[in-house]
Design a protein around this ligand. Structure first.
Ligand SMILES: Nc1ncnc2c1ncn2[C@@H]1O[C@H](COP(=O)(O)OP(=O)(O)O)[C@@H](O)[C@H]1O
Ligand SMILES: [Mg+2]
Length: 286
């Protein structure tokens, strides 16, 4: 990771309580995500993942109100000191339910919408729309109506609309929650490719750890409004504690935990089936 650049996102002792809420939804959250990282955030339902996402583009506290303590700094900008429309150019946010974000009559218009609002020249808008369609592999959907697309296709359109704005940070809040496994994999694959091709920092809230944790540069586990642990995915996930709080561990890792209990030496916890096979059968002649 390039450490000479300022971090993409910093949370400093962030606590947040929604208006009329009794309890804090975020409690003294500290987080640091470098530029170009592929960070995955996970944790049981209600632990504060979506609340954390909304802090990154300033929706919290600017649009939600409530009680906000601490600081969120995105590319050197403290979110408290910059309005949401300005932060929105830095941070793209994709939600769980793509239908709630799509409202134009064609995919092309959908992707162009945000760019038109920026007041960009026509040629620039067209060039960016075409680039986003290609990056997401959805050029064939250009003139289709978003509402008639599959969930996975819709999610790609939502991501394309964000990417066309050239954000430095792309935040995706459970983008695969409503998708079948194959569509989920396809969406996660394009998100990973965007991270690698464009260098855009990705912050992805995801439950499907078996599909994505081996690709993450950092894994953050949240629990009851707090960051329970963060670090390299293998290290963070190789723990019964993570399973106990309700995080679905990748199966190879679960098996490795059981093997470790039986005294089997596990140097590098496996995240993929082939890594588990290598661990158990590695070096042995067939
Ligand atoms: N708009 C809101 N008003 C009040 N409380 C909320 C609101 N949104 C979420 N919460 C509460 O904040 C906590 C964290 O929610 P959320 O960030 O949505 O969790 P997650 O995304 O991890 O499921 C939950 O207890 C939830 O009930
Ligand atoms: Mg959520």
């Amino acid at each position: 990771m390039v450490s000479a650049l300022p971090p993409a996102v910093i949370f400093e002792q962030v606590s947040y309580k929604y208006p009329r809420s009794e309890e804090y939804s975020l409690k003294k959250v500290n987080l640091r995500i470098e530029q170009g990282e592929f960070a995955v955030i996970t944790g049981p339902s209600g632990c504060g993942k979506s609340t954390l996402c909304k802090c990154i583009n300033g929706l919290i506290p600017h649009s939600y109100g409530g009680t906000f303590k601490g600081k969120v700094i995105v590319h050197g900008k403290c979110t408290l000191e910059h309005p949401v429309y300005e932060l929105a150019q830095l941070v793209g946010l994709v939600f769980q339910d793509p239908e709630s974000q799509l409202f134009c009559s064609t995919v092309e218009k959908e992707i162009a919408f945000g760019l038109e609002n920026l007041g960009l020249p026509r040629e620039e808008i067209l060039a960016r729309v075409e680039e986003a369609l290609d990056l997401l592999g959805i050029a064939h959907l250009r003139y289709r109506a978003p509402y008639e697309l599959s969930g996975g296709e819709q999610q790609k359109v939502a991501i394309a609309s964000c990417i066309a704005m050239r954000p430095k940070v792309l935040v995706l809040d459970e983008p695969t929650a409503n998708l079948d496994p194959l569509s989920a994999k396809s969406v996660l694959d394009v998100v990973y490719a965007l991270n690698k091709k464009l260098g855009v920092t990705v912050i992805l809230v995801e439950h499907r750890l078996e599909m994505i944790s081996h690709l993450a540069s950092k894994l953050v586990v949240m629990y009851r409004g707090e960051v329970l642990t963060q670090g390299p995915p293998r290290k963070v996930l190789f723990s019964w504690k993570i399973l106990e709080i309700g995080v679905g561990l990748p199966k190879p890792l679960l098996i490795a935990l059981m093997l470790a209990e039986k005294g089997f030496p596990i140097e590098a916890p496996p995240l993929l089936p082939e890594e588990l096979v290598e661990l158990v059968a590695g070096g042995e002649e067939r």
